[in-house]
Design a protein around this ligand. Structure first.
Ligand code: NFS
Length: 621
């Protein structure tokens, strides 16, 4: 494995990697070293395992698979399935929220309720549900039906396309890219990529974009919007981040995964006085719930609970030796967490039937039993406190402050009720543009070097940054998520953010909450009477690793947003697919991907793009 200084920019991570190595605990970094070098065919995307005439590998010597598929077809099929996997993850998460709403409407749960009725009514109006004079549960039932319908095959387009500028919808209709139904597009992608179906790479890629759009404008968007309805729409608040949020003298419960449906219940149970009393009886001063990854983001945005770390911190958090329980739902949970938990007193608890871990303690959580099961889980954590091995505890730092809770509703509220002040700040050039920096860590990159490096370079250039997913913790640890961070920004951002008392990097939520950014872009485009591709905006996933992040990138591009990736997906084995991704899409949807591993060069590329878009809008560059 590489020297520790090359693995991460963070002191808390370095200390825990060192402790892990000293204690003989293997992490992602050791496993990556074991797996390197990777298979070249797989890296290029030119392996096919879609049938048993193969598996095939395409190269100059063997230019076609057994069926006759060339490199372009194979790469496009593999990429299409990769996107379908990502869209399925976000969208199945969205569906779980519809099921909670259904349980509320049917009176099958007392643990969840409609917290933000105003938001429910606002969404209802957007998707064509009558709201006037109707009882909230009647409205909720109709919204539930509309959203379930989004997953089926009966619609011409998904419901939230009502938010999309007409010019963009015309482009999608012309290209055959309009998302009709979430499950339909995903299933059709599986069908198209079966042997003997879609054997034209560009055609497969158009459907990949449609599948991604079904994620961004339906599956993920439903996830965000119903989470707001059920748990409350985020408002700005302060919290803390890094491994220092784990407390030496408290029962520490880490919630990890993506969906707030379980983690909200864990938090509620941990706050019950009887539970706290039990913890105190065992010598703890209280119960501390902290987040990892996106379910952490969900609780951070709405409840202000602290963030212990992003993707590459999840193993390291357990190595502090101070975690009583790690409670997971689904996605981005390394199976290694079970083994690492086993090296300590830490209880690894899984909660979803569709994401079980060999060696984990399983609770089958559903809307009707959520809080009572959550109580049992918190009790397990409290009892584990007595098993903690005090000499092995090392919490390597003090937490840093962060500001969170920037929903579009909160932004519009802070701006006095409309987007006009934001439009004016963009028009005047005080805010030259905006870039969403989203996504993951990947052990192939020095952890968070790109995530943080790019954010710093952009705000210097008066480009506002919206952060989601695992970039949140990176930005927070770097001191970018507090109002004082305007000292690192250019003069325009300093003035605008200073006046509003907000940071130049705004925490916009979890990865499904990238739908908030899409909604904001659509609203800005509508306000200006232009298409999304005309806006001075961009998107970036510098250290991405997952199928979900690829789906996000593709729906951003297909929505007209110029999108950066720190490294390419496994498509370089096809010139047709690669050329389409990095240039051809520009002519079709008005945006493309660009790949660049250097944060300064990336910021320069965004700068050039934003300059051109501003000029075309008749604004100062
Ligand atoms: Ni997004 Fe969030 Fe993190 Fe990447 Fe995973 S937690 S859903 S996929 S690693 S940002």
């Amino acid at each position: 494995p590489k020297p520790i200084d090359e693995l991460t920019i963070w002191d808390d991570a370095k200390a825990m990697i060192r402790k892990g190595r000293a204690e003989g605990i293997e992490t992602v970094h050791e496993r990556l070293a074991q797996q390197t070098p990777h298979c070249k065919f797989c890296e290029l995307g030119t392996t096919c395992r879609n049938c048993t005439m193969g598996p095939c590998r395409i190269s100059e010597k063997m230019p076609r698979g057994v069926c006759g598929a060339d490199a372009h077809v194979v790469v496009a099929r593999n990429f299409g399935r990769f996107i379908a996997g990502g869209a399925a993850g976000h969208s199945d998460h969205g569906r779980d929220l519809i099921e909670v709403l259904e349980a509320i409407v049917e009176g099958e749960t007392g643990d969840y309720r409609i917290t933000d009725e105003a938001k429910l009514r606002a969404i209802a109006a957007e998707v064509g549900v009558q709201t006037e004079g109707r009882a909230v549960m009647d409205v909720a039932r109709d919204v539930m039906e509309v959203f379930y319908g989004d997953f089926g095959s009966r619609k011409k387009e998904v419901a939230f396309l009502s938010r999309v500028p007409q010019k963009r919808k015309d482009i999608w209709n012309k290209l055959g890219m309009t998302p009709r139904g979430v499950d339909r597009e995903i299933a059709e992608m599986m069908h198209r990529t079966h042997m003997g179906c879609d054997n034209d790479a560009p055609n497969t890629l158009i459907h990949a974009a449609r599948t991604a759009l079904a994620d961004g404008w339906s599956g993920s968007m439903i996830g965000t919007e119903l989470s707001d309805v059920i748990f409350g729409t985020p408002t700005p608040r302060m919290s803390t981040a890094n491994l220092g949020v784990i407390k030496k003298d408290q029962v520490n419960i880490l919630v990890h995964g993506h969906n707030p449906v379980v983690s909200e219940m864990i938090l509620a149970a941990a706050r019950e006085p009887e539970m706290v009393a039990k913890a105190k009886a065992l010598g703890a001063t209280g119960i501390n719930v902290a987040g990892l990854c996106c379910t952490g983001n969900e609780l951070l945005m709405r409840q202000g609970i602290p963030m212990a770390g992003n993707h590459l911190m999840t193993e390291l958090a357990i190595i502090t030796g101070a975690v009583e329980a790690i409670v997971v739902d689904y996605q981005c949970i390394m199976p290694s967490l079970v083994q690492i938990s086993g090296c300590y007193h830490t209880k690894f608890i899984d909660t979803a039937q569709k994401a079980r871990f060999t060696g984990g303690i399983h609770f089958d959580i559903h809307p009707h039993n959520a809080l009572s099961e959550a109580r049992k889980i918190v009790e397990i954590a409290v009892n584990a406190f007595a098993e903690r091995d005090a000499p092995r505890v090392d919490i390597p730092c003090e937490p840093v402050e962060i500001m969170t809770g920037f929903s579009n509703e909160a932004i519009i509220g802070a701006l006095g009720g409309s987007l006009d002040p934001l439009v004016q700040a963009i028009a005047s050039g005080e805010i030259r543009g905006a870039v969403g920096i989203v996504g993951c860590n990947n052990p192939k990159f020095k952890q968070d070097s790109m995530n943080v490096g790019l954010a710093k370079e952009l705000i210097k250039r008066d480009i506002l940054v919206l952060a989601t997913g695992c970039v949140t913790t990176a930005a927070g640890k770097a001191g970018l998520l507090v109002p004082q961070a305007i000292d690192m920004a250019g003069p325009g951002l300093k003035k605008v953010c200073g006046a509003l008392g907000i940071p130049p990097v705004l925490h916009y939520g979890s990865c499904v909450d990238n739908s908030r950014i899409m909604q904001l872009c659509a609203a800005l485009a509508n306000a200006l009477g232009v298409d999304i591709s005309d806006l001075p905006v961009g998107a970036s996933s510098p250290e991405w690793y997952s199928e979900k992040a690829a789906a996000i990138g593709l729906y951003a591009v297909a929505s007209g947003i110029y999108t950066h990736l720190g490294h390419p997906p496994n498509i370089l084995g096809s010139t047709v697919v690669t050329d389409l991704a990095v240039s051809g899409l520009e002519g079709l949807v008005g945006a493309s991907f660009f790949i660049e591993p250097d944060p300064v060069k990336t910021a320069e590329m965004f700068d050039i793009r934003i300059r051109a878009k501003r000029k075309a809008l008749g604004l100062s560059e």
